[in-house]
Design a protein around this ligand. Structure first.
Ligand SMILES: Cc1ncc(COP(=O)(O)O)c(C=O)c1O
Length: 440
């Protein structure tokens, strides 16, 4: 049985006349025949406009942590709308929600609300520059911190094994190149080398300790400890980008999970269960450089809009006060066990990375320690498998660099269906003529 995408394909033709690539975000463009248009969603499931049903392991790249259209959060958002939205004035709830964030994330002395992950990281980086008096920053290979010029730099280990730094797309000013440094994950010596060479021009070390944009390849605890010490020694601000990990991998995010304390940190995705909102937070002395004399410009028309803010209040209340995160992790572990059983039954070497609530799946013998090692895994097999899974209604990311996200709405029925379809998809991929599963 194959899916029909007649309506989506037809709509694509209409949409591409109005929207570049037929979509509103480049990463949603899967081409004329595969781009999906969503009709509705509930819990862990999504339906496209052809009425194909999917179990969703993308969750919009993580946000829908309680499941799509969670009744409790939606009711709170409706209450939020009664306030009126946005006023170029503040509401009481901002400080109330900031108190919750501070309770969950001990490094969050002060909080500012923004609208997207990009905005939160962009403001944090500006803040780090203002506080340190240094304009350069270090990022980690395979990390993604949003679509603003200072962050849109990458290496492409699959295309360029030498790992040359390049802008991620056109239009990024080349003059910024000098401000950007990039290091591999889990190599504290390399980080130290860069700091020794260029430390006096570097204000921030920006890292996603679980690389949510590189298959959840994960920092080792010792590396994070070393990185923390190096940041202190060289007086660099450690900016933990928890846009994906925040309020997901633990109540206190990666900082709790891995016992590390950020100077600044950023949150988005899970905090509002899909409502558009984000935050930056951190050390009081740094955060106090926002505004005032000699402070940074930070703000925005829609910052702390009353609808998403009310959604955050409810979402965080649930995540903080119930065992939801433990349930999500438990589902993730059972999913991995099931998938592992199927793959091992076929003799296919594989590993999982990250956290059970946002895990990467790699076809390889040993756990990749950095982004370059991703390129040595059989990601072509992953890509074929993912395409087949989507065909069968298991909506994982077609690209192996995006983890599988789990929500509180994934239940036993989802698990059974996912595993059954995983088995079928794998058989199809392996049986298909011309396929060389390198590690089978
Ligand atoms: C770690 C990280 N930081 C920042 C961003 C940018 O967030 P947004 O897409 O909300 O601008 C993303 C997006 O996926 C992300 O994963």
């Amino acid at each position: 049985m194959t899916r029909s995408l007649d309506r989506s394909n037809k709509h694509f033709k209409r949409a591409e006349k109005q929207l570049p690539l037929g979509v509103s975000s480049n990463w949603r463009a899967w081409g004329p025949e595969k781009t999906l248009y969503v009709e509705r969603a509930k819990g862990a499931r999504i339906w496209d406009i052809d009425d194909n049903e999917y179990i969703d392991y993308r969750l919009g790249y993580g946000p829908a942590i309680l499941g799509h259209c969670d009744d409790r959060v939606d009711a709170a958002a409706r209450e939020g709308m009664k306030l009126g939205g946005t006023f170029a004035l503040s509401t009481v709830r901002e400080a109330v929600v900031a108190e919750r964030i501070k309770k969950m994330v001990p490094s969050a002395d002060l909080v500012r609300f923004t609208n997207s992950g990009t905005e939160a990281v962009m403001a944090s980086l500006r803040l780090a520059r203002a506080f340190s008096g240094r304009d350069g920053h270090i990022m980690v290979e395979g990390g993604f911190h949003g679509h603003f010029d200072s962050a849109l730099w990458e290496i492409a280990p699959d295309e360029d094994p030498e790992g040359g730094l390049r802008p991620a797309g056109a239009g990024v000013p080349k003059v910024l190149r000098d401000l950007v440094n990039i290091v591999p994950l889990n190599d504290a010596n390399r980080l130290e080398e860069v700091l020794k060479q260029r430390g006096d021009s570097i204000g921030a070390f920006v890292i996603e300790p679980i690389l949510g944009n590189a298959g959840s390849i994960t920092a080792e605890e010792q590396y994070l400890k070393d990185a923390r010490e190096l940041c202190d020694r060289f007086d660099i601000i450690m900016l933990l980008d928890e846009v994906k990990t925040g309020f997901r991998v633990a109540r206190g995010g990666v900082q709790e999970l891995m016992n590390v304390r950020a100077d600044l940190c950023t949150f988005a995705k899970a905090m509002g269960n899909g409502y558009p909102i984000s935050a930056l937070a951190g050390r009081e002395d740094i955060m106090r450089r926002i505004g005032g004399d000699n402070g940074i410009a930070q703000g925005g028309t829609y910052a702390a809009h009353s609808v998403p803010l009310a959604a955050v209040e409810k979402t965080l209340e649930i995540l903080d006060e119930t065992d939801t995160l433990e349930q999500i992790a438990d589902y993730g572990r059972r999913l991995q066990q099931g998938i592992s059983g199927i793959l091992s039954g076929r003799g296919i070497a594989h590993v999982f990375t990250g956290h059970p609530s946002m895990a990467g799946l790699f076809f390889t013998e040993s756990v990749p320690r950095n982004y370059r090692e991703w390129a040595t895994t059989d990601y072509a097999l992953y890509n074929r498998l993912a395409a087949e899974l989507i065909e069968l209604g298991i909506l994982c990311e077609p690209d192996s660099r995006e983890p599988w996200f789990v929500s509180a709405a994934h239940d036993d029925a989802c698990l059974a269906e996912t595993l059954e379809k995983f088995e079928t998809a794998l058989s199809t991929v392996l049986d298909r003529k011309g396929v060389s599963a390198a590690n089978v």
